[in-house]
Design a protein around this ligand. Sequence first.
Ligand code: ZN
Length: 305
Amino acid sequence: MEGINSEFIYDLRRMGSLNMIQWCQKVGLLASRRVCNVCQKEMKFIERKDKKDGFEWICRERTVNIHCVKMSVRKDSWFEHSHMEIWKVLLITYMWVMEARVDHICLDVGVNESTVTDWMSFCREVCFVVFENESEPLGGEGVVVEIYESKFGKRKYNRGKRVEGKWVFGGVERGSSRCFFKVVECRSKDILLDIIKNYIKPKSILISDCWKAYDCLKDEGFTHLKVNHSITFKDPESGAHTNSIEGTWSAIKRSFPRHKVNNALIYYLCEYVWRRQFRTEKFNNFCTFIKKIYDVNKEVVGSKK
Ligand SMILES: [Zn+2]
């Protein structure tokens, strides 16, 4: 899937529906075979001019019934439940990956803003689900992980209403692009320790600020270095500093649409983590993420109509 850009997607569109579908099948975004759930035979891929995509899966096993089972080409895919043409969904996805502005996406794809923002949240959700399912803990013996907690979305007044914001706790592994973030109710010792044990391997070297909840870390099998931000950026005794996580944190805060962050915060954090990890072959890598969730080639059978 190398060399994909918006021109390539426009080209696919110009080449017609069959080409579009076949390309998606080749890269695994659409299923390339289907099995009928009634007779267990391979279904056939046929042209159907009355269908949106112009094609459909069908079982022609006459022993059960003529045309007993039909299935949309989009079943279980990233494109299922959308009324848009496949190329439009692909182009929105591509442009989200490339960090295009919402108004540019609207213009290029020819859809309205709410459609684009919906699909952008679906994209973030993909990052979220994949990271939730398969994040390998950070750190390990001798590996430095910086941990940090910060309040997001906090402003004193928003049109007269007080906005409380949310605590986010996170960690960044030094020397790699790996990190994690969690939205937490409060930054109590029990909550933070629970997350640390889940997301960071024992014997890691943890660097944190002087928040008292972290005092228990050395009893939990971690090497713990503290940085006192109010005194000096770099602790003269331990030599520890938290440059990289503070840079990360301010980059995240800058990248968020402030007024929208509250409920969707974790999704934006996951987008950030994804972008941090995949700086090259981004569209290819994002399609790999999509396929982990919208797995069209798992054994799926058609439903009777
Ligand atoms: Zn059948």
